[in-house]
Write a protein that binds this ligand. Structure first.
Ligand SMILES: *Cc1c(COP(=O)(O)O)cnc(C)c1O
Length: 380
């Protein structure tokens, strides 16, 4: 049996006629750029997350950069984050000229540890940037308390956690800005690349619109600006906009997302009960938290050997963000030795991601469980 991590062609087939129609609609509109699809998708997505505004970008990494720029974070500033996320979380901070300050994670949720944040705050700290790892929300209640106490911004990296919530309040609604990725492998996947920033703050929304589109107000492009012609470049912006075809295709898929998330949560819960009491260590779900499982990560001994055997059995796996950032070649120049972030390193040494997407059949899930238990010597 083959168990793939994703099935993008299957996702296309499921919605083929609507996706084809969406692409044709854009092609025939004569508006490949600055058309109606991006603003319409932004409005629909903001409603989906429950925020007032959304600003679409061409990737999750672009969303993070635009969020930082909109908050005026740049050279001389520090942003606190964790070393076990996608490189984009850290590199976005560096690309705007600020410094990423890593702190270690909680051993159970693998999210930024609130207990370690205050020690990392300096007069240069401007923001805290937790990523909701694998779909489990970071401890927003405590992190927000710390951010308020020290007058810091909070940016949520919600790229892995669409639909997750703490105490019933969805991720995306906690930070000053939250960023989401539409990489094909995320909860809502483009057929290319995409991302979005959400916020409830109208000034930040306006600034993000400036930064994604060359520094000009979008109202100018859509013909309703009061600015004098020729005086429309307000800040030195980027060109990091979502494109019309991706926006049109994301609009088709957005209504499917709750069902897809539901399926992920069911698949995860099947795994968690099957692995109970076995050598396969599953991740916790904190009380009052909704985990939406972009990844189902477990921890096992002899991880590389286990992965090899799963591959031989036809089961795809993912080493999500392993080794951690401070031990990647890109950051050896920063001088962090092994042992710098012990909880992160212990988790990354043993962690492996299993297929958990909505494309999986019951037979495939059973096969993953049986195979992994056989490999690790567990009992069903
Ligand atoms: C995917 C991801 C990103 C980057 O998103 P892209 O769309 O690939 O640029 C950033 N942070 C996290 C936590 C992610 O999972």
């Amino acid at each position: 049996m083959n168990v793939p991590m994703y099935d993008h062609a299957g996702r296309y087939r499921l919605l083929r006629s609507e996706l084809d129609a969406a692409i044709l609609r854009v092609l025939e509109s004569g508006k490949p750029d600055w058309g109606p699809e991006v603003p319409a998708f932004e409005e629909e997505f903001a409603k989906f997350v429950g925020t007032k505004y959304a600003v679409a970008t061409n990737s999750g990494m672009a969303a993070l950069k635009v969020a930082l720029l909109a908050l005026d974070i740049g050279p001389g500033h520090e942003v606190i984050t964790a070393p076990n996320s996608d490189i984009a979380t850290t590199s976005a901070i560096h690309h705007v000229g600020a410094k990423a300050v890593w702190v270690d994670i909680e051993p159970d949720t693998l999210n930024l540890d609130p207990d370690l944040i205050e020690d990392a705050i300096t007069p240069r700290t401007k923001a805290i940037l937790p990523a909701h790892m694998y779909g489990h929300p970071a401890d927003m209640v405590r992190i927000l308390e710390i951010a308020r106490k020290h007058k810091l911004f909070m940016i949520e990296d919600a790229c892995l956690a669409l639909g997750a919530a703490i105490e019933g309040k969805p991720v995306g609604q906690w930070g000053d800005i939250a960023c989401v990725s539409f990489a094909p492998t995320k909860h809502l996947g483009s057929f290319g690349s995409g991302g979005i920033c959400v916020t409830n703050n109208p000034d930040l929304a306006e600034r993000m619109l400036l930064y994604v589109g060359y520094g000009q107000p979008r109202s100018r492009v859509y013909g309703s600006s009061a600015l004098k012609q020729g005086q429309h470049l307000v800040v030195e912006g980027l060109n990091e906009r979502l494109d019309e075809i991706q926006a049109a295709m994301l609009r088709v898929q957005l209504p499917e997302v709750p069902g897809w998330i539901q399926k992920r949560v069911e698949n995860a819960s099947f795994y968690t009960s099957a692995f109970k009491g076995s050598p396969v260590q599953t991740t916790v779900i904190r009380p009052n938290c909704t985990h939406t499982f972009r990844n189902y990560v477990v921890r096992v001994n002899q991880r590389d050997e286990v992965q090899q055997q799963l591959t031989e059995a036809g089961i795809a796996t993912a080493l999500v963000y392993v080794p951690p950032l401070h031990l990647q070649p890109a950051y050896t120049g920063l001088g962090f030795d092994p042992g710098s972030f012990p909880i992160t390193e212990e988790a990354c040494d043993r962690l492996i991601g299993l297929p958990v997407g909505p494309h999986l059949s019951t037979e495939q899930l059973e096969y993953v469980v049986d195979t992994l238990l056989r490999i690790t010597g567990g009992q069903r």
